[in-house]
Design a protein around this ligand. Sequence first.
Ligand SMILES: Nc1nc2c(c(=O)[nH]1)N[C@H]1C(S)=C(S)[C@@H](COP(=O)(O)O)O[C@H]1N2
Ligand SMILES: [Mo]
Length: 206
Amino acid sequence: LYISLNYMFFKKPLKVEKDENNRVPPGQTVTDKFPVLTDGPAPEVKKDEWVFEIKHENELLRSFNWEEFNNLKQETIETDIHCVTRWSKLDTVWTGVYIEDLLDGLVNEEKHKFVMAYCFGGYTTNLPLEDLLDKKGSVVTTFDGKDLEKDHGGPARLLVPHLYLWKSAKWVKGIHLGESDRPGYWEQYGYHMYGDPWKEQRFWYD
Ligand SMILES: Nc1nc2c(c(=O)[nH]1)N[C@H]1C(S)=C(S)[C@@H](COP(=O)(O)O)O[C@H]1N2
Ligand SMILES: [Mo]
């Protein structure tokens, strides 16, 4: 009500410009550090054995090796990131390829509604396909102008900055497209199926 009255009488834009005050989601604290959060050891992934596979259930639809991936249009992505352990980091800079460019021409809206991202080392995480489209999701290979460090998912990780960072799978190896939403690794232990930091969707009981 406050917002709509405000809008009607003062013609304030509904979507407020980003500033330091409203870009940190509830319950989060800004840090300049870049903590490492990995369950278990970081896998060693060599660039010459790296692949990114796109599957429907278990059928391989398309795959990229390192060279093929690096020949695609590389984008620079500047964004804030939010970890469920309550730190946020502002103005992080990455380069990589938008998921929609990897999927170019492949998407079947009937069959491809959800994604399970899978990784070297076995980690998985689930998200709706639409959360990876429209430049919302990418596979990134640099952070802050340097090759992505192994501990942060190098050589390549998913980046889905509008959701909590556990959805940004490190050492990503591919995505399974499917009709249904199934819990990934942390989701099976009670992390939220969606994970919107602005709604504090941390755990399933939130
Ligand atoms: N493969 C893999 N990806 C992962 C994780 C993991 O354990 N394995 N941890 C997730 C969690 S819980 C978080 S908060 C972020 C942390 O990313 P960072 O270590 O680069 O800060 O990676 C996510 N991606
Ligand atoms: Mo996390």
